[in-house]
Design a protein around this ligand. Structure first.
Ligand SMILES: [Zn+2]
Length: 266
């Protein structure tokens, strides 16, 4: 058999060189529909399995993923984009005004550069709130800073590797773990969207969401690092604190740079 994609000759259901199926059907409507659904659900219920495992055994699942079970699960960035789409669609259908589209289009940080304003406490608080609430760039920024603080505080927590070694997570692995956690948060955001329609439940909804998110990050690292509850709680707390500090320091750096640029251009 000759692969229609890369011209490799082979004998099996998939091309061993590029992974394309041996039999490619002619494009028809059913094929397009199947492809579209397949890309979402994944061949063998990949989407469903990733979601279920992420909810039922988050830390163990990430451990499996980091240790090589890569085809079985979606990588966190892919999954996050899917979840984001789901979030956008559900909030659009329900007509919830606080949708991801608003967050993405209304970036209302003041565009005019004023060094004194950048250095104010108000501005820093506003930035933290803005980034914390944004489901696209906010999540990525927080995951980025978290990678550094978690890398530092969890450096003594080793994870067993397929070759028998015990190693701590590196920066990229920490980033991926954080993004998987963001996927769970976003999943619960979607699940709780119907509650947002009832205005009187506003406070309860956000409290439940916060509790679930915090509980999950503790469970995540407890399972992933096989550590105790308290160790996970304490290490998570100080890592989170360092993340916020790193974020504020970066904001101040940006403020200084903006100030310098402003004085130079005047
Ligand atoms: Zn091929």
């Amino acid at each position: 058999m000759v692969c229609l994609n890369c011209n490799n000759t082979f004998e099996s259901d998939y091309c061993p060189h590029c992974g394309q199926k041996a039999k490619t059907k002619r494009l028809r409507l059913t094929e397009i529909v199947n492809n579209f659904i397949g890309s979402f659900i994944g061949g063998d219920n990949k989407f469903l399995r990733t979601c279920l495992d992420l909810i039922c055994r988050p830390g163990y699942m990430v451990h499996d993923y980091l240790n090589g079970k890569r085809v079985r699960y979606y990588n966190p960035l892919q999954l996050y984009v899917f979840m984001l789409t789901l979030y956008a669609v559900v909030s659009y259908v329900l007509g919830v005004s606080d949708s991801v589209f608003d967050d993405m289009t209304n970036i209302d940080l003041d565009t005019e550069v004023d060094a004194s304003k950048y250095a104010s406490v108000d501005f820093v608080i506003k930035c933290i709130a803005e980034v914390g609430n944004n489901k696209l760039y906010g999540t990525l920024v927080i995951a980025f800073f978290s990678a550094f603080s978690y890398r530092w505080f969890f450096r003594k927590c080793k994870v067993s590797r397929p070759d028998g070694q015990q190693l701590p997570l590196n920066l990229t692995e920490q980033f991926y773990t954080q993004m998987y956690h963001s996927c769970i948060s976003l999943f619960f955001s979607v699940a709780m969207l119907p509650l947002c329609l009832i205005k009187s439940l506003d406070v309860i909804t956000s409290v439940i969401y916060q509790i679930v998110t915090i509980a999950y990050v503790v469970i995540f690292y407890r399972q992933l690092m096989t550590i105790g509850w308290w160790k996970s709680i304490v290490l998570n707390a100080i890592s989170l604190l360092l993340t916020i500090i790193l974020f504020i320091v970066s904001l101040m750096l940006i403020a200084v740079i903006a100030g310098v640029i402003e004085t130079l251009t005047k």
